[in-house]
Design a protein around this ligand. Structure first.
Ligand SMILES: Nc1nc2c(ncn2[C@@H]2O[C@H](COP(=O)(O)OP(=O)(O)O)[C@@H](O)[C@H]2O)c(=O)[nH]1
Ligand SMILES: [Mg+2]
Ligand SMILES: [Zn+2]
Length: 324
């Protein structure tokens, strides 16, 4: 016997589909499947949308109301003592852009990588300003242990007209085409400290990006010149490759991470955890710890550098102090 069918169409299918491409306070911009953009307001205070969210929305006059957020594949966020801040959802990749100058903080880099690992998002490290030969060479060396851990590190000279002798015999002049290849058909969040060249890179890949941002900011703030915190850009006209720009990561906190999981998010430390005598080893003082004997002042593949171990203990202390 056939089950009775529901007599009315489900609410879901009667709503429009859309993608959140900008958000500011209680407003956001939703892009329709054909590429139109509509200012929307989430229904109810509990519906917190972020850039990258797939939503169902309902038109109301010339604006819209978001009724529902589709389940997220992942949600990249930072959290500190004061507030939790979501960056973006449904990412394929996080590009961490650092530069030869200003000198980057390895601690900040490690934090961003851990946050990406925790959400199972592929990280990609890019070292910019390859044209600044001497500082670039030393920064490239500082990243050696990250290459040994298995991270991809790409050299780049994002500024137009800057050319450089790239490491490892790369021949594409400024590194742009190798990077573009890695971005193809994916959604990539760009993170990096101020001055690393994020805006330069985005404007290089997407001419008119800054004008587009201004336009969206003005629409969201009724003409006021404030910038949205996070913006989505299509790199290609077929809208398959996307970049998401976000503010710098100065106050990048990791409070949402379980300290006992921290070692699993650090690829140089993780393999040694299997050798620990105690299942709940914190790798700080325990007898029979597999991590401690792998820490060497002179780093190389298969070992843990003293600097990386220091990052581990600093973060572990910070995360355990936050508990309770
Ligand atoms: N020498 C050099 N300077 C660059 C390069 N890329 C960006 N810059 C400069 O670095 C500064 C900061 O760049 P910007 O894109 O504003 O960085 P953001 O703060 O990360 O958005 C600017 O003065 C850029 O012109 C590069 O490849 N080589
Ligand atoms: Mg910028
Ligand atoms: Zn241990």
């Amino acid at each position: 016997m056939n089950k009775p069918r529901p007599s009315s169409r489900s609410l879901d299918t009667s709503l429009n589909e859309g993608l959140v491409v900008a958000s500011h306070g209680r407003h956001c911009v939703v892009e329709t499947p054909v590429g139109d953009r509509v200012i929307c307001h989430p229904r109810g205070k509990k519906l917190a949308v972020v850039v990258g969210d797939r939503v169902r929305w309902q038109p109301s006059q010339d604006e819209g109301t978001i009724e529902k957020i589709s389940p997220r594949r992942n949600l990249f966020f930072r959290q500190d003592e004061v507030r939790t801040k979501s960056f973006a959802a449904n990412l394929d990749q996080v590009l961490i852009l650092v530069a030869a100058e200003p000198e980057f903080s390895e601690h900040q880099l490690a934090r961003a990588l851990i946050a990406a690992e925790a959400e199972h998002i592929d990280p990609l490290i890019v070292l910019n300003k390859a044209d600044l030969t001497a500082p670039f060479a030393s920064a490239w060396k500082r990243l050696a242990s990250y290459r040994d851990m298995g991270y991809t590190v790409l050299p780049l000279a994002a500024k137009a007209g800057s050319h450089a002798a790239l490491p490892e015999g790369r021949s594409d002049g400024n590194g742009l085409s190798s990077l573009v290849e890695r971005l193809q058909d994916r959604t990539t969040l760009i993170l990096g400290p101020s001055g690393a060249g994020k805006s330069t890179l985005i404007n290089r890949l997407i001419p008119g990006a800054s004008a587009q941002t201004r336009e969206i900011s003005q629409a969201l703030n009724s003409g006021k010149h404030t910038t949205t915190s996070t913006s989505w850009y299509w790199v290609d006209t077929s809208r398959r490759t996307a970049l998401i720009d976000s503010p710098g990561f100065q106050e990048f906190g990791l409070r949402h991470i379980d300290p006992m999981q921290l070692a699993a998010y650090m690829p140089d430390i993780k393999p040694h955890v299997a050798n620990c005598r105690f299942y709940n080893c914190t790798h700080t003082h325990e007898p029979g710890c597999g991590v401690l004997p792998a820490v060497e002042s002179d780093s190389g593949a298969g070992t843990i550098s003293a600097a990386r171990y220091k990052i581990y203990t600093t973060l572990f202390d910070e995360l355990t102090a936050n508990q309770g």
